[in-house]
Design a protein around this ligand. Structure first.
Ligand SMILES: Cc1ncc(COP(=O)(O)O)c(C=O)c1O
Length: 389
């Protein structure tokens, strides 16, 4: 990897894990578009480290090495999507008869996996308010084999105290996996707070340009990594080399993009907070955010996700979303393009209505993923949209 771990994040995001191509000197790791790798002899099988691209690929490996260093883990595996990363983690750690705890607010796909697929294989899940360590403590059973938290959670931004939950997990020898997609290791470092696995949809901030879908699992131990890698290889969910190449380019500007997007988000949250047509606004950087102190304590940035409700409820919210011109109505988040999402009809449509209401995913909730455009332009667009509701 050729670069010391003590070097700053903004330097690591560019250089870590990458060497000039040994054959040509190309500064960017090439896209190794090859299914298989010719072996020198039976006795020297895997001499160059690769056999078949479902099991490993040099371009993907360069990204994995970079993410290992950025997250401060021992190993990383890159996946075809964020959901593939979550699925492999759960399959690696859970068997029939086991029980797992999942944050009661989490990405809709995670909820779908834990309610509609893995229970068919004999795994039981409890959806727990992981912002409350006592609730987690009470939910642990003799057969609990995984605590899976998402913080900040999609879409309500509820926070989980990573150190507190990791402590509970460690006392009972249960692995704690954290979905760190919303903040990335630039702002939040779960493994340093005691978590065992950090999971990402690289589709979001690591890529940052709406160009790919991908995922990653960074493990704190070789043992966990080997379990994840076994599932990845067996089920065939590795990232493709083109996606790894593009994601690597995205990584190089991660801190610059996140700082600028976070600053935009703060400006927009403050604008919404004072707007007469806005009922409520939620952003971890606002003093009014109910976990503002925890947001400051466990992360170095507040992220670029906001949600708010317009006065007049769902119909007013829909009217606003239809009226926006610069904000695209779309499902992704974390990109340089600003996006607006209606979780109830888009990202969280499969979450049961009663469960959605219980955890605060209201019908009128409008989610913003703040991009890199000029904050003034984004605010002007929101202003003209709000004027129409
Ligand atoms: C927090 C979080 N985790 C995981 C995922 C799943 O990632 P992907 O869409 O890359 O499968 C998403 C997608 O929106 C997400 O928001």
């Amino acid at each position: 990897m050729g670069i010391s771990n003590s070097i700053r994040f903004s330097t690591q995001q560019i250089h870590a894990g990458v060497e000039p191509d040994p054959v040509t000197g190309a500064i960017l790791t090439p896209i190794y578009q090859s299914t298989t790798y010719v072996q020198e002899s039976i006795d020297n099988y895997l001499g160059k480290g690769y056999s078949y691209s479902r099991s490993g690929n040099p371009t993907v490996r360069a990204l994995e090495n970079k993410l290992t260093i950025l997250e401060g883990g021992v190993e990383c595996r890159a996946f075809s999507t964020g959901m593939a990363a979550t699925t492999a983690t759960m399959m690696a750690l859970l068997s029939a008869g086991d029980h797992a705890i999942v944050s009661d607010v989490a990405y809709g796909g995670t909820y779908r996996l834990a309610t509609m697929i893995l229970p068919r294989f004999g795994v039981e899940f409890s959806f727990v308010d992981t912002s409350n360590p006592d609730a987690v403590r009470e939910a642990v059973r003799d057969n609990t084999r995984l605590i899976f938290t998402e913080t900040p959670a999609n879409p309500t931004l509820k926070l989980t105290d990573i150190a507190a939950i990791s402590k509970i997990a460690r006392e009972r020898s249960i692995p704690h996996a954290v979905d760190n997609t919303f903040l990335t290791p630039y702002y939040q470092r779960p493994l340093e707070m005691g978590a065992d696995l950090s999971i990402h949809s690289t589709t979001k901030y690591f890529d940052g340009h709406n160009a790919t879908v991908g995922g990653a699992v960074i493990s704190a131990t070789q043992e966990l990594d080997q379990a994840v890698k076994f599932v990845q290889n067996t089920t065939g969910s590795i990232m493709s080399p083109q996606v790894a190449f593009l994601t690597m380019q995205g990584c190089k500007t991660l801190s610059v993009r996140m700082d600028a997007q976070c600053a935009n988000a703060m400006t927009i949250a403050r604008f919404l907070e004072t707007h007469a047509k806005v009922e409520s606004v939620c952003y971890p950087g606002l003093e009014s955010f109910n976990q503002h102190q925890l947001a400051k304590d466990q992360a170095t940035g507040f992220g670029a996700m906001i949600w708010f409700e317009v006065k007049g409820g769902t119909s007013a919210g829909k009217k606003l979303m239809d009226s926006l011109e610069l904000w695209s109505l779309a499902e992704n988040l974390g990109s340089v393009e600003s996006l607006v999402t209606h979780p109830v009809t888009m990202t969280h449509a499969d979450v049961e209505v009663s469960e959605r209401r219980r955890v605060g995913i209201t019908d009128g909730l409008v989610r913003l993923s703040v991009g890199l455009e000029a904050a003034e332009d984004l605010i002007e667009d929101l202003e003209q949209g709000l004027a129409k509701v």
